[in-house]
Design a binder for this molecule. Structure first.
Ligand SMILES: Cc1cc2nc3c(=O)[nH]c(=O)nc-3n(C[C@H](O)[C@H](O)[C@H](O)COP(=O)(O)O)c2cc1C
Ligand code: SF4
Length: 437
């Protein structure tokens, strides 16, 4: 069992077998980027999954409208929010799809386009059937005709389920390109409709008109796994009694690579970081990944590992990425490399993203290099506000959030870069892993 930050799990009241204490069976380690050389974890087979989590019949066939309503009420009571990074309330998404009627599509999003994140890979590697349970349940509950899992492996698990003759549409595995944007919901829906895996402009939400114009319930794989746990009558995470705020899968960036672990909602984020990166003096943490925010170390200590706690101080835990920055690293240079990558990742479909984001990235690189003029500084402020909220899929918003948080979190260093061309850190080695840099 995962023995990470938190007190012993509370057993759920149920006549079904007692669930494991955690969604993730063990702490899983990945290299700094990609999955080559990643630690191989044991995959729970279908038979082992049923033995561990209980038989399917009681929960996987919500035949009556009342049982579907009851399930949605349980998801709402657990305050389950989407773990793809946006934290939209899952129950509200289900209600929108149910209102649109049957004949739709359900999708498990395992793209994990954010290079720092590895939680979805860890979950799919170790407990694919819990994700597929959630997907199958979503299909049955909404009367969907098609069920897809987007990207990543899992073929063997799907074959096992076919052999078990489970109800509902059979699950199809679809893969897309390895790209930062290939997990964005409109890109997934466009690809599953036969188009390119690129963000698409939508006037109507995907819950009403998604894959091939049909109502589409698209969830991150962690969200679906948690729904599969809720449906069995346990709490939203197996670590909590019914109705409690769920635990979270997080990816901590360490000196050696990325560690995926599961943390209780009450754990402090600084405690989570120091458990996995001990003995380092940190000045800040990049919270939520490339499109997240730099948060000063003193603030991190006051945030607990749940979205509600982060929102209370105007932040988000996003897809659960925690990338600490030591006292010896330069937050300005780190931001410059990340924004460069985000600008290069644009799908080049809208002006604010294609031109505005590239311009912002160039200005931040000038700041890091110590040659940003006073008028450039004014242009930066103007551009940050002009491209905010623009762009078809709001890709630039993540980069703007990151830059704005850099300007405040590292304000002294920004000032030094402006006045002296460099800061107290000199030319430190890059710390946060970024593809191609
Ligand atoms: C630029 C961008 C990239 C995204 N990439 C992913 C991704 O790789 N995986 C994912 O699950 N969600 C990703 N999302 C969020 C999805 O658009 C979508 O909100 C999510 O998958 C819905 O599932 P949830 O409600 O369970 O979180 C991305 C969003 C944006 C704006
Ligand atoms: S904001 Fe960028 S990535 Fe998103 S649709 Fe527009 S060009 Fe494409």
């Amino acid at each position: 069992l995962n023995t990470d930050v938190g007190s012993p799990p509370v057993a759920a009241e149920s006549s079904a077998p007692e669930p494991p204490a955690w969604l993730l069976p063990a702490i899983t380690r990945f290299p700094r980027l990609g999955s080559e050389g990643a630690q191989r974890s044991t995959t729970e087979t279908f038979d082992a999954h049923v033995a561990t989590w209980g038989a399917l019949s009681a929960w996987a066939t919500p035949q009556s409208p009342e049982s579907v309503t009851e399930l949605v009420a349980e998801i709402a009571a657990a305050e389950l929010t989407g773990r793809g990074g946006g934290h939209f309330p899952a129950a509200r998404k289900w209600l929108a799809v149910l209102a649109a009627g049957p004949g739709g599509v359900v999708v498990a999003n395992g793209a994990e386009g954010e290079p720092l994140s590895a939680k979805d890979a860890a979950l799919l590697q170790t407990r694919p059937h819990l994700v597929l349970d959630g997907l199958q349940l979503a299909a049955l509950a909404t009367g969907a005709e098609n069920a897809y899992i987007w990207l990543h492996a899992g073929r063997h698990a799907i074959v096992e389920r076919r052999a078990a003759g489970l109800p509902g549409p059979s699950i199809e595995l679809r893969t897309g390109p390895e790209h930062y944007l290939s997990g964005e919901s409109s890109a997934v829906m466009q690809a599953l409709s036969g188009g390119p895996a690129l963000p698409a402009f939508r006037r109507v939400p995907g819950t009403v008109s998604g894959v091939q114009g049909r109502p589409t319930l698209l969830h991150n794989v962690e969200t679906l796994a948690r729904i599969a746990v809720i449906a069995r009558g346990f709490g939203a995470s197996c670590t909590q009694p019914r109705g409690g705020i769920p635990s979270s899968l997080v990816t901590v960036i360490t000196g050696e690579g990325r560690t995926v672990t599961e943390v209780r909602p009450a754990a402090s984020l600084s405690e989570v970081v120091t458990t996995h990166v001990p003995g380092v003096r940190n000045q800040a943490v990049l919270l939520g990944g490339y499109g997240g925010s730099w948060v000063p170390w003193a603030t991190i200590a006051s945030i607990a590992a749940n979205e509600q706690s982060a929102r209370a101080v105007g932040l988000s835990i996003g897809a659960g990425i925690l990338a600490p920055l030591s006292d010896t690293s330069c937050g300005v240079s780190e931001t410059a490399r990340i924004v460069d990558y985000l600008a290069d990742s644009s799908a080049r479909q809208c002006g604010p993203c294609l031109f505005g984001l590239r311009y912002v990235a160039d200005l931040i690189n000038s700041l890091a290099a110590g040659n940003l003029s006073r008028s450039d500084r004014r242009n930066l402020t103007r551009y940050l506000s002009e491209i905010s909220g623009r762009g078809g899929c709001h890709h630039p918003d993540g980069a703007i959030r990151l830059v704005n948080s850099m300007l405040t979190t590292f304000d002294d260093d920004v000032d030094s870069h402006l006045r002296k061309g460099r800061c107290r850190h000199g030319s430190p080695r890059p710390s946060i892993p970024v593809p191609g840099s």
